[in-house]
Design a protein around this ligand. Structure first.
Ligand code: AMP
Length: 278
């Protein structure tokens, strides 16, 4: 496995494998089994897997956790090596955002609801860095986690709108044994918060279970999830949205939808979702 920190080196390394299928897994590091599921999916479908590790400043708001975001590069490197990654691309901020950087990718409607409503500029930062990383790696397939459902939608739309010749694959959310969605931010939780954080997945999975046995009424499905969500400190949103347009679903569900939640437990903001396919 090669660890690479500059775009020039990355292009050099990838020049030798252009006849192979290149899979790409963008991350912000502090890797867990959710990230490794993306690596596994890439290894299954591609010949060469590139993982980027870059805590992207443009997707953090001014009061968010950029400076405290968990980092452990040596551990990440070992996890990647053990998982069969070919290249870890871990650039410094200046490599991605040189002085006088001023060109951004601006997503549209898909970025306005859900997390976009509470994190202004977040998806602009995501779309920009993902587009840049796509241009650096030029992968055949890029892998994203369903946990960040809106991010998947925004990236998929961007790839279509900007004619990026890259297949976008969404990998199901990996959960802890007690069903909490894995997240680098889970490490912020103390024991008591960790216990209360479980109410998020409990709510979403309860709604999913009712959906599986035939409940199709959107309002009822939301109400089932909400019952469990009283243990979080602040529920930011709990919404059932059309899986393609992210517009609110209502009445009887006839089209795939995502039940999405964002909540604060202590000072940690967590997100999760389940996809309901009638
Ligand atoms: P992050 O490092 O949090 O930016 O995440 C990098 C990629 O890993 C994104 O595509 C995430 O959606 C994905 N990811 C994060 N957590 C999970 C999880 N629990 N299951 C599956 N994918 C995940």
């Amino acid at each position: 496995m090669q660890t690479i920190t500059t775009v020039a080196e990355l292009r050099g390394a990838l020049a030798n494998v252009r006849d192979k299928r290149v899979g790409f897994v963008p991350t912000m590091g502090y890797l867990h089994d959710g990230h490794l599921a993306l690596v596994e999916a890439s290894r299954a479908q591609c010949d060469v897997t590139v993982v980027s590790i870059f805590v992207n400043p443009t997707q953090f708001g001014p009061t968010e956790d950029l400076s405290t975001y968990p980092r452990d590069f040596l551990r990440d490197e070992k996890l990647c090596r053990d998982a069969g990654v070919a290249i870890v691309f871990a650039p410094e901020e200046r490599e991605i955002y040189p002085a006088q950087f001023e060109t951004f990718v601006e997503p549209g409607e898909l970025a306005k609801s859900l997390c976009g409503a509470f994190r202004p500029g977040h998806f602009r930062g995501v779309a920009t860095v993902v587009c840049k990383l796509f241009n650096m790696v030029r992968p055949d397939i890029a892998f994203f986690g369903q946990k960040d459902f809106q991010q998947c939608a925004v990236v998929r739309r961007m790839a279509l709108d900007l004619n990026l010749p890259i297949e976008i694959v969404t990998v199901p959310t990996v959960r802890e044994p007690d069903r909490l969605a894995m997240s680098s931010r889970n490490r912020y939780l103390n024991k008591e918060e960790r216990r209360r954080a479980l109410s998020i997945s409990r709510g979403l999975l309860a709604a999913e279970a009712e959906f599986r046995v035939g409940e199709r009424n959107c309002e009822k499905l939301i109400a089932i999830a909400r019952q469990h969500l009283d243990e979080v400190d602040r529920l930011q949103y709990l919404e059932l949205v059309d899986a393609d347009t992210l517009e609110p679903a209502s009445g009887p569900l006839s089209h795939p939808a995502a039940l999405c939640a964002a909540a604060y437990v202590g000072s940690t903001r967590l997100i999760d979702n389940v996809i309901l396919k009638p």
